[in-house]
Design a protein around this ligand. Structure first.
Ligand code: ZN
Length: 458
């Protein structure tokens, strides 16, 4: 599909992918959950859901005929990215963790975005996510409607929110709050788009609007996705204005609870992590971004205090890709660099990325395992290669060895999204071309082309 800048997106273009009725997939290994691995078994899918996992030897002759043998692969639950901005990939390679990446590069580009460019940039980010085994994203961005259309067109599950800012943002004011609420109404009956409410951050959203949006999330029984304690600038601003820290400020407003997905939680002062632990909100580690910034979320403290925490990629400026396989391994690296013991293991990281992330995002409606009745969101990972052999421990190899190169198939809600390394629903080459053209236009409009040429970001 070719969309010119300024043309309108038509929701009718975003049809469902081909549905699979009953399908049986044979694989060398099937990871039902982090503790349960089946060998030489068959995963049976009925329409959009998991029906069962059964030994091949127990199938009836008629069922044996229906098997698709996927060969030397691991079938496993898909990965959930608990914090992303899939359309924010235009500044790749320009930020690499510098403090100015957010305020200069990203915020400099964003006023030039529009409905069409966010759609095209979202396609790029989602393709990257799918190719690295991601089946669900928790995304926070302007023009969320365009992100939702890109996600539903490719077939990825999206927990999506329209970013609301009341200060500093490219778009502020009542109109944005209305758009955020309308987005929830418009997409709430979708099977794979799960709308959330998404205030940007404590220093960019007024206390009144934070409370209003949290109440809307509570009344609608949906998550609230927010950045919290992300930067020193946020800490300084909240200190100056409210004489407290971002986490204490949010807690005093009564907006921290179990439905809150709080990205970062890393610029903290004494007592903040204890408040976070009490609140039951879901703090998100973004390993690459946190590593590049030199200040990671304290997963050791949270784990020692039995606090559930999630993993996400964030976006370019701090990460530059949407690869959750990379993030799982980076989570090990970040933790061990700041370790007070071997609290975090590959199995814990795998369990978070497959099960816990989606359980918290779906408010316990999905559990991210390949068990009966769960949505058929799963991937296949090739094992007959130099990267994955020797294979002594299936889950440990998935975390410590696998890369996006080994991801062969992705199914979401029982539908084919990536088959034999090919994106099913769209022409990938065309999407990359159109996305790049859109970025070049944005950079020209924002005055960044000249600054890049001058070597300012080298
Ligand atoms: Zn973010």
């Amino acid at each position: 599909m070719v969309l010119g800048r300024g043309s309108k997106l038509d929701p009718c273009q975003f049809q469902n992918l081909n549905s699979l009725p009953e399908n049986l997939f044979l694989a060398k290994y099937i990871v039902e959950d982090v503790k349960t691995i089946h060998e030489d078994s068959v995963l049976v899918i009925e329409n959009t859901n998991i029906k069962k996992i059964i030994k091949k030897s127990q199938l009836k002759p008629a069922e044996l005929e229906k098997i698709e043998d996927l060969g030397e692969v691991i079938l496993m639950p898909g990965l959930t990215n608990a914090h992303s901005h899939v359309a924010l990939n235009s500044v790749k390679g320009l930020g690499y963790g510098k403090a100015s990446a957010l305020y200069d590069v990203m915020w400099g580009v964003e006023p030039s975005l529009d409905e069409i460019s966010v759609y095209k940039l979202s396609l790029l980010g989602i393709i990257d996510a799918v190719r690295s085994g991601t089946t669900s994203i928790n995304d926070h961005y302007f023009f969320a409607d365009s992100v939702a259309k890109a996600a539903s067109q490719i077939g990825v599950r999206g927990f999506l929110g329209h970013t609301v800012m009341t200060e500093y943002g490219p778009w502020t004011g009542q109109e944005e709050i209305k758009k955020a609420k309308k987005f929830v109404d418009d997409w709430k009956s979708s099977k794979i788009i799960h709308p959330v409410i998404a205030p940007h951050e404590t220093s960019t959203v007024s206390p009144k609007v934070l409370v209003e949006l949290h109440k809307f999330a509570t009344d609608s029984n949906i998550p609230m996705h927010i950045h919290l304690a992300q930067t020193i600038k946020e800490m300084d601003y909240i200190k100056e204005k409210y004489k407290t820290s971002p986490i204490k400020h949010a807690a005093s407003l009564g907006i921290l609870d179990k439905r809150v997905i709080a990205a970062h939680c890393k610029v903290v002062e004494s007592g903040d992590l204890e408040i976070l632990a009490e609140s039951d909100c879901f703090p998100i580690l973004c390993p690459t971004t946190h590593g590049l910034s030199g200040k990671p979320m304290d997963t050791n403290f949270l784990t020692e205090n039995n606090v559930e925490w999630g993993i996400g990629t964030d976006c370019s400026g701090g990460n530059d890709d949407y690869d959750m396989l990379e993030e799982m391994r980076a989570a090990m690296l970040i933790n061990n660099t700041h370790s007070r013991g071997n609290l975090i293991t590959p199995k814990k990281v795998f369990d978070i990325s497959t099960r816990l992330n989606i359980m918290r995002l779906s408010l316990n409606k999905m559990n991210g395992t390949l068990t009966k009745g769960q949505p058929a969101d799963f991937i296949s990972v090739k094992i007959n290669n130099s990267r994955m052999q020797p294979l002594h421990d299936v889950v440990n190899n998935l975390v410590m060895c696998a890369s996006s190169r080994e991801v062969k198939d992705v199914f979401i809600n029982g539908k084919e999204v990536l088959r034999n390394d090919e994106i099913v629903a769209i022409d990938e080459e065309k999407a990359v071309f159109e996305g790049t053209v859109a970025i070049n236009k944005i950079f020209k409009d924002a005055g960044f082309s000249g600054r890049i040429k001058s070597g300012e970001f080298a």
